[in-house]
Design a protein around this ligand. Structure first.
Ligand SMILES: [Zn+2]
Length: 176
């Protein structure tokens, strides 16, 4: 499974920085047009010129990713799937776990929904993307994978729900 190339500035959490002084305060040239209904000048089109508001440098900015912003977004999206939000998500239950019966499966799904005991140890990246719960002494793993909407490739940006289909897989520890 491949990864489609995405420009850095298309990624969630991307921001421009001045290549001369490192400032994040980059202004970009634009044209505005008068809107009679709102009685205001509104953004009409974006032009190619850039200017650093701190040092005045007009070179093209560099692009960086705010890792913490991305982490929080991914965590929130993963929590939503685990808590039962069906948008852009599929839940997969392994054959072994399905064979345990409806009733048990419902209890396990509830336990996974309620799980909140994340720590440095079980969630080192802070993305809430995998975990384990115990039911009647049996351990069940859950993990979330990120695909594109066609389910053919990895998601180009797991922090962007408009390009990501999440798959939550539930399996018995013995099936891992
Ligand atoms: Zn600057």
């Amino acid at each position: 499974m491949g990864l489609r190339k995405t420009h850095l500035w298309d990624m969630v959490g991307a921001y421009p920085v001045c290549t001369a002084c490192g400032s994040r305060k980059i202004a970009r040239d634009a044209l505005s047009a008068w809107n009679m209904a709102t009685q205001a000048w509104e953004l009409h089109s974006i032009l190619d010129g850039f200017c650093c508001e701190d040092c005045g440098c007009t070179a093209l900015p560099a692009w960086k990713l705010d890792a913490e912003f991305r982490r929080k977004r991914i965590q929130r999206l993963n929590d939503a799937v685990r808590h039962g939000d069906p948008s852009n998500a599929t839940i997969v239950v392994t054959a072994g776990l399905k064979a345990e019966g409806e009733d048990k499966l419902h209890k396990i799904v509830d336990a996974i929904r309620c799980f909140s005991d994340f720590s440095e140890d079980n969630d080192p990246h802070g993305e809430h993307d995998c975990g384990a719960v115990e039911h009647n002494g049996e351990k069940v793993f859950w993990k979330i994978d990120y695909f594109d909407h066609a389910l053919k490739m990895h998601s180009p940006d797991a922090a962007n729900p408009s390009v990501t289909h999440r798959v939550l897989t539930l399996m018995l520890a013995s099936e891992y």
